[in-house]
Ligand binder design. Structure first.
Ligand code: SAM
Length: 223
């Protein structure tokens, strides 16, 4: 079982995500575990303040280092977890990174908010800074869901039949994503328009079908 610990000021955002579909099943079957930690639990003032103004000026607020330090210390009891800080400046998340992270037993995600996180979290606490793409989101919660879901799909049993995953591993060791169609063979959205399924997929010729999948797909390299 792989354990994900999410440190966030919006744990409620994960409720529906964790309660639906394959992620809910993976939790129920104990393939994965997701623990949500409200960062405010590690504050010391009555207002449960997690943020402050940035030194040197600037618009917006920054998440403080102290509650994050205390949260990680408590959550990472045996000091073996991989600690990831989400930031758009981080290493770009992809399938190759997912394969590597899937080998971990515990991953702690620190979700930033506001104008970001005190840089000492990146310097002293996190093992990795991760971005899910070159765009700016409002927080690290969606990145955490993206990363958890991608890794969870690699845990044997999570997406059902083992062959489903194996079938998509290409000869080069990468992950093959290809175009797919289902019934009807010919779809007529309106009179005179016919959208057909490529004939090769209906041919029963598995060699040709395999070639077609490769030429209409993309290999996402392993490592
Ligand atoms: N200025 C901050 C920085 O350079 O890290 C970004 C602030 S952003 C508005 C608030 C938070 O959303 C970030 O701290 C980060 O946790 C998360 N975030 C935003 N875009 C992201 C992305 N593309 N990948 C990962 N996390 C992102």
């Amino acid at each position: 079982m792989i354990k994900f610990d999410v440190i966030t000021i919006f744990p409620e955002m994960f409720k529906s995500y964790m309660g639906e579909s394959l992620i809910a099943r993976a939790i129920e079957k104990k393939f994965i575990k997701i623990n949500l930690h409200n960062l405010r639990k590690w504050t010391t003032d009555n207002h449960q303040t997690v943020d402050d103004r940035p030194f040197g000026g600037g618009l917006g607020m920054v998440l403080k280092v102290d509650p994050i330090y205390k949260a990680v210390k408590q959550v990472n009891k045996d000091k073996k977890a991989k600690i990831i800080l989400f930031t758009p400046r981080g290493q770009k998340f992809d399938q190759t990174m997912a394969y590597k992270l899937a080998k971990e037993n515990q991953i702690i995600f620190i979700c930033g908010r506001y104008e970001g996180v005190d840089e000492r979290v990146a310097e002293k606490i996190a093992d990795m800074e991760v971005s899910i793409g070159d765009y700016d989101l409002m927080g690290g919660e969606l990145p955490a869901m993206v990363v958890i879901e991608t890794i969870s799909r690699l845990v044997p049993g999570v997406i059902g039949k083992k062959q489903l995953l194996e079938e998509r591993i290409s000869k080069s060791g990468g992950f093959l994503e290809y175009a797919q169609y289902t019934r009807p063979e010919i779809y007529e959205p309106q009179k005179g328009k016919k959208w057909k399924v490529p004939a090769v997929l209906l041919s029963g010729d598995h060699k040709k079908i395999d070639e077609w999948k490769r030429s209409h797909g993309k290999v996402i390299e392993k490592d």
